[in-house]
Ligand binder design. Structure first.
Ligand SMILES: [Zn+2]
Length: 503
C-alpha cells in the first residue's frame, strides 16, 4: 500500500523468495530499521509457533505497514494459502496495514467480500473483519503477485490478537471432541484407531450404528465419510462434526438412520498437516488426495489405512458400501456443492444426481446448480474418482465442497458469511438427507417420524435464541425463514415416492 522505505528489502530480492522461509515466526519482535534498545509498546510481536499456526516471515515496511509471508506447506513450497498467527505488544489505537504478499493462488473470494478472521484474548469468539477493510490486488512491488491487505486498529493493550484465514479447527480440538463423545458411553458409537500418521498422530475411525448391525454375520449398508485430507480446509471439520453430532443425537431421523445404516467416519485423514498448519499437504509434502491409486504404507500411512479398510469392506459379501463422501472446502466458490463422477451408464449417472438434489431441498446453503460431474485426468488420484471406479453400480462417490466464505440463498443476491454453526448445520442436513434418499428407494418404509422438519426447525429456533450470531449481516435470515418457500433451483414439493419428479 504505502511507499516502501529505503531500508525495506528490494522487491524481487529475497522478498518474494519462499525458499528463505524455514519455519514459523516465534515471538518475533519487529523493530524499526536502525532502532537500538529495548522494545517499546507498539513494537509488534508476531508468533505462529502453536498448533495449526502459520506465518513464515514479517517485514517492516513502515510504522504502520507490515508485509507478511505465509510459510509454505512442509516439503512443498507450491502451497501457500492458510495463515494463522498472533500479534501482541500493541498500543491502544495503533492502526496497521498487514499485507499478505505470497499467496500461491490468484483466484480468491477476497474480491467477493471474504475477510480474514480475528479474535483476541478478551474477545475469544472468532469474527470476520469488515470487508471494507480488506483489499485484494496485483501488486507491482511483489513481482505482480496478488496481495491481500487489511487494515486493523488495535484497541486493548493487554490483548493478544489472533488472525487466521478461516475458523481454525485443530487436531487437539478434534481429539477433545472425540473424547467427549466417548465419555457419553453411547452403545451405538464406536471409536477406534485405524492407523497412525508419519508423526504418530491418531487416524481415528468412528462407527455409528445400532449394535444389532454389528452382530456376527449381519448384513451392513455402509455410508463412508472422510474429511480434512486437505489440512487447511477447516470447514470440512465443522461439517463433519455436524454430521456426527446429528447421527449420535436422539433426533428421530438419527435413530432411524442408525437402525438401517452403518456410518463409518474418518474425520481427519491428514492429522500431521492439520497440526503443522499446512494448507494442502502432509508432513512430507504430499497432496494425499492425489495418491488414492497407490498409497504407500510409509509415505501415506493414513490414506493407506483407509483404503485398505474400504477394499476389505468391498470384498466382504455381507457389506454393501453405498456412499462415499469426502468433505473439502473451496477457496473460490460460494455455497456447499458436490462433485460426482461421470459414467457411461446413463441411468447410473442420473441416479447419482439424486442425493445432491435431495440435499439441496434440505439445506438452504447447498447449491445443486454448482454441483458438477467430471472425469478430469488431474483428479484421477482423488478418493471420489478412485472409489467411483472401484465400487459397483449401486455405490455413489462424491466430494462435498463448502465455501471458505459464504453462501447465497437462491432468489437473493447477498452473500451470507458462513459461521462455525452454519457449517455444522450443513453437516446435520447432509446426515438427514440419507433418510430422504432411502425413503425414495423404499428401503425405509412407513417409519413413524413425527414432523421431523418442524422439529428440526424448532431446534434451530431454540439454538438461535440461545446464541446471538457473531457476525451480524443485514440479510441474515430470521428463524421463520429457515426453509424458504421459493428457491430457484430447489423444488420443495417433490414426491418422495416418485423419482421422475426429481429430474
Ligand atoms: Zn480439498
Amino acid at each position: 500500500m504505502a511507499e516502501r522505505s529505503q531500508t525495506a528489502p528490494e522487491a524481487g530480492n529475497d522478498m518474494g523468495n519462499d525458499d528463505a522461509i524455514g519455519g514459523n515466526v516465534s515471538k518475533y519482535i519487529v523493530l524499526p530499521p536502525g532502532y537500538c534498545g529495548q522494545p517499546k509498546k507498539g513494537h509488534l510481536i508476531f508468533d505462529a509457533c502453536f498448533e495449526s499456526g502459520n506465518l513464515g516471515r514479517v517485514v517492516h515496511v513502515s510504522e504502520f505497514e507490515y508485509d507478511l509471508f505465509i510459510r509454505p506447506d512442509t516439503c512443498n513450497p507450491r502451497f501457500r494459502v492458510w495463515f494463522n498467527f498472533t500479534v501482541e505488544n500493541v498500543k491502544e489505537s495503533q492502526r496497521v496495514i498487514f499485507n499478505i504478499v505470497n499467496f500461491s493462488k490468484t483466484k480468491s473470494l477476497y474480491r467477493d467480500g471474504m475477510a480474514p478472521m480475528v479474535k483476541s484474548t478478551s474477545r475469544p469468539k472468532w469474527q470476520r473483519l469488515p470487508p471494507k477493510n480488506v483489499y485484494y490486488y496485483r501488486c507491482p512491488e511483489h513481482r505482480k503477485n496478488y496481495v491481500m491487505s487489511f487494515a486493523f486498529c488495535f484497541d486493548r493493550e493487554e490483548d493478544i490478537y489472533q488472525f487466521a484465514y478461516c475458523y481454525p479447527y485443530t487436531y487437539t480440538r478434534f481429539q477433545h471432541y472425540l473424547d467427549s463423545l466417548q465419555k457419553r458411553n453411547m452403545d451405538y458409537f464406536f471409536r477406534e484407531q485405524l492407523g497412525q500418521s508419519v508423526q504418530q498422530r491418531q487416524l481415528d475411525l468412528l462407527t455409528i450404528t445400532s449394535p444389532d448391525n454389528l452382530r456376527q454375520g449381519a448384513e451392513q449398508k455402509v455410508v463412508f465419510i472422510t474429511g480434512r485430507v486437505h489440512p487447511g480446509e477447516t470447514p470440512s471439520s465443522f461439517v463433519c462434526q455436524g454430521i456426527i453430532d446429528f447421527l449420535v443425537s436422539q433426533h428421530p431421523i438419527a435413530r432411524v438412520l442408525r437402525e438401517y445404516l452403518v456410518f463409518k467416519i474418518a474425520p481427519m485423514l491428514n492429522p500431521d498437516g492439520v497440526y503443522l498448519g499446512n494448507y494442502r499437504c502432509s508432513l512430507m509434502g504430499f497432496d494425499l488426495n492425489r495418491h488414492w491409486l497407490d498409497p504407500s504404507p510409509w509415505a501415506h500411512p493414513t490414506l493407506h489405512g483407509v483404503k485398505q479398510l474400504i477394499i476389505q469392506m468391498y470384498n466382504d459379501p455381507k457389506t454393501s458400501l453405498e456412499f462415499y463422501i469426502d468433505i473439502h472446502a473451496h477457496s473460490t466458490m460460494m455455497n456447499g456443492f458436490m462433485y460426482g463422477n461421470i459414467f457411461e451408464d446413463e441411468e447410473r449417472f442420473q441416479r447419482q444426481a439424486i442425493f445432491p438434489k435431495l440435499l439441496c431441498q434440505n439445506a438452504e446453503d447447498f447449491s445443486y446448480s454448482s454441483t458438477s460431474f467430471n472425469r478430469d485426468a488431474v483428479k484421477a488420484g482423488t478418493g471420489r474418482r478412485f472409489l467411483g471406479g472401484l465400487l459397483d453400480h449401486t455405490s455413489y462417490c462424491y466430494t462435498l465442497e463448502v465455501s471458505f466464505y459464504s453462501y447465497i440463498i437462491s432468489g437473493t443476491t447477498a452473500a451470507v458469511p458462513y459461521t462455525e454453526e452454519a457449517y455444522m448445520k450443513l453437516g446435520r442436513n447432509v446426515a438427514r438427507t440419507f433418510l430422504d434418499y432411502y425413503r425414495l428407494n423404499s428401503m425405509v418404509e412407513k417409519v413413524a417420524i413425527p414432523m421431523p422438519r418442524l422439529r428440526n426447525k424448532e431446534m434451530e429456533v431454540q439454538r438461535r435464541k440461545e446464541k446471538s450470531p457473531s457476525y451480524k449481516h443485514p440479510l441474515l435470515r430470521g428463524p421463520a425463514s429457515n426453509y424458504p418457500s421459493s428457491k430457484g433451483d430447489k423444488k420443495n414439493s417433490v414426491n418422495h415416492k416418485d423419482p421422475s419428479t426429481l429430474f
